[in-house]
Design a protein around this ligand. Structure first.
Ligand code: PRX
Length: 630
């Protein structure tokens, strides 16, 4: 389907003159004429202790390796090299807590915090190659913990603070973490969460955990187990927390982190990212797409617990020497002008957020942002779900005052960084993520791999490897192959799981997932996980979860359940089931609705036909039912 509205929004001459990259077409053509040269040139802007022998090792696809033989550590670029320049005294992080408290750290101070944290982890027995699980609210210690792991060569596995104890325990167990870092809680909408209580519950089912380090944020009473739980501030006051720590030199391909994400089937999978290629990829995409300049105050309003936070709150802005702004709490607390007030107060230059957040703030009307001077903004960004043209235009007009290009970035946990996105010099179309980033080839193809005609929907594929790509699924390389590379095995393309179309000007329009992944407020959830949470309730015999369009959240979760004998449908049971899913998975997964039905539509081989449920709910044509059992 073609979008009716394809007005072009051209950047001003001022935006082009100021931009790091002033033109798209020729630069793109050059970059893909010789992508390895392009990526090598980018890698040369970073610090390595030993240069690579080879830019790309493609001898064993899809297990590509980048900058092999090269040695570095992302921390050499994110922190250490700034200490040798004037950046040392520049602000690295400005953080505002929801109650209004303020903390800020220069690169010098950040280094000190990271070294102390790193020494504490070492004293707790963390070694190169271990995986530390981090479950923290949005406080500076979340960044320090991640960076400290990287510094000593341990990998981090950050679990989003909104996930439940079950989800946390699963992730800790998959990673076999010995050490968990958490906090007593954080503030959201004026209330203190109780993270430590959730961790305590999770740790009843995690035999590998020996140490839990707890940061004090809220001051609520928490249970601390002797010989396992340590207050971070106590550890920090000990001589073990020395302020100097050597950065461990890593192979380019050594693991930097794993991050769990949902797919069509089964349990969340831990995608593996590395020190070398990921540094190059995130820094380059950030510098070119968001035109980052050393003097910028950059605010990526995601949670560090998701890939957006890893790549664009923590690592790339630090590598590029920008100042990161971070905010702990809800956008509308205590009033809907909270974000606009902070943009004015701190002079934020670039804001990068999700369509759900924009739609949420748009609801309150223009008068809230109009009370504030937003003239420091020069670029705006969007990520996580397609942005509807109406929200795009509001963002462009009311927040950006028609002078800030909107950088709509399409990418995934698996890609490490932006794949399709504009640079500021590219004319924009509201709702389109525009064109592929430099150095990569992308396309939209049919199930058999033919290019789809202009404006026709097909599968979005990435045709060439890129340095930021996930290297594997942690401890499950077969799954990595099967999930992303099997469909176009012959061609050697990466299958994204998204549908898209390309218009006559070569602009990409992302349509959404083709699999059973549901994007709720930009958060990624799998039908299978929601169904297995439902199945753990004694009343449920069978269940199906689908996503249906929602004005604010993009998609909302709708479930269909068949009850066991002895249970009767009732509003009370519906409520109980919704809460049960929320309890099992975390509040973001709580279904909008649970409907009771007698039978689920299934194929003859017993697979639930979720598309039938979806079509029915939307009043659409149900399509080919030849495989339906009943
Ligand atoms: O469906 C696409 C959607 O988010 C999915 C990836 O989710 P996740 O791994 O959690 O990463 C989110 C942040 C990068 C994609 O498969 N998506 C992401 N960005 C966009 C998008 N859909 C449309 N437009 C975007 N800009």
């Amino acid at each position: 389907m073609k979008q009716s509205d394809e007005q072009l929004f051209n950047p001003s001459q001022q935006v082009i003159d100021y931009a790091n990259v002033k033109e798209y077409d020729n630069n793109y053509a050059d970059s893909i004429a010789n992508p390895l040269d392009f990526w090598e040139k980018q890698a040369e802007t970073l610090e390595w202790t030993t240069k690579w022998d080879k830019v790309l090792d493609d001898s064993n696809p899809p297990f590509f390796k980048w900058f092999t033989g090269g040695k570095t550590n992302i921390i050499l670029n994110a922190i250490d090299r700034h200490l040798k320049t004037a950046n040392r005294n520049k602000l690295a992080i400005i953080w505002e807590g929801e109650p209004g408290d303020l903390r800020s750290f220069s690169y010098h101070a950040l280094n000190r915090e990271v070294c102390e944290f790193a020494n504490i982890l070492k004293a707790m027995g963390v070694k190169k190659g271990d995986i530390v699980t981090i479950y923290l609210p949005q406080i500076p210690e979340q960044l320090f913990a991640m960076l400290a792991c990287a510094k000593i060569g341990a990998a981090h596995s950050v679990v989003y603070g909104g996930f439940s104890h079950e989800a946390l325990a699963d992730r800790i167990n998959d990673a076999n973490s010995r050490v968990v870092v958490t906090a007593d809680g954080g503030f959201r909408r004026g209330k203190a969460s109780n993270l430590k209580e959730i961790v305590n519950k999770a740790l009843e089912h995690t035999p590998t955990v020996e140490v839990c380090i707890t940061v004090k944020r809220t001051g609520v009473d928490v249970f601390m187990e002797n010989d396992r739980d340590y207050w971070f501030h106590d550890l920090k006051s000990l001589p073990i927390a020395a302020a100097q720590c050597e950065t461990e030199i890593m192979d380019a391909e050594d693991m930097l982190f794993i991050l769990y994400t949902s797919g069509s089937t089964g349990k969340p999978k831990g995608l593996v990212h590395t020190h070398g290629g990921y540094s190059v990829y995130t820094a380059t995409t950030h510098k070119m797409a968001f035109d980052i300049k050393p003097e910028d105050r950059w605010w990526c309003a995601a949670d560090p617990g998701w890939i957006t936070g890893h790549s664009y709150i923590v690592y790339s802005p630090l590598i590029n020497g920008a100042t990161i702004f971070l905010y702990e709490g809800a956008p509308n607390h205590p009033y809907p002008n909270r974000w606009w007030k902070m943009i004015e107060k701190y002079g934020i230059n670039i804001l990068y957020t999700s369509p759900t957040a924009i739609r949420g703030l748009m609801r309150y009307g223009e008068s809230w942002p109009n009370k504030h001077d937003l003239s420091s903004l020069r670029l705006l960004g969007s990520v996580g779900e397609p942005i509807n043209p109406e929200a795009w235009k509001w963002y462009y007009k009311v927040i950006g005052k028609e002078k800030c290009p909107i950088i709509d970035t399409w990418w995934q946990t698996e890609t490490g960084g932006f794949i399709i996105c504009p640079i500021p010099a590219l004319p924009l179309k509201p709702g389109s993520a525009t064109k592929p980033f430099f150095g990569i080839e992308v396309d939209v193809v049919t199930d058999t791999g033919e290019k789809t005609p202009v404006d026709e929907e097909g599968n979005l594929v990435i045709k060439t490897p890129w340095p930021g790509m996930a290297r594997t699924v942690y401890q499950d390389p077969d799954r990595f192959k099967e999930l992303y590379w099997q469909k176009y095995e012959q061609q050697g393309w990466y299958h994204s799981g998204d549908a898209a179309r390309i218009d006559e000007d070569g602009y990409y329009w992302i349509i959404g997932r083709t699999d059973d992944v549901i994007k709720v407020s930009g958060y990624r959830l799998g039908s299978a996980e929601i169904e297995s949470a439902l199945m753990s309730h004694p009343a449920i015999a069978e269940s199906a979860a689908i996503g249906l369009p929602h004005a604010l959240k993009g998609y909302a979760i709708h479930c269909y359940v068949v009850l066991r004998k002895g249970y009767e449908p009732s509003p009370a049971l519906e409520k109980e089931l919704r809460e049960h899913v929320g309890e099992m998975m975390g509040a973001i997964a709580r279904p909008e609705e649970v409907a009771f039905i007698d039978v689920l539509p299934k194929t003859r081989s017993g697979k639930i036909m979720r598309r039938v449920l979806k079509a029915q709910a939307l009043g659409q044509d149900i399509g080919d039912l030849s495989t339906l059992e009943e």
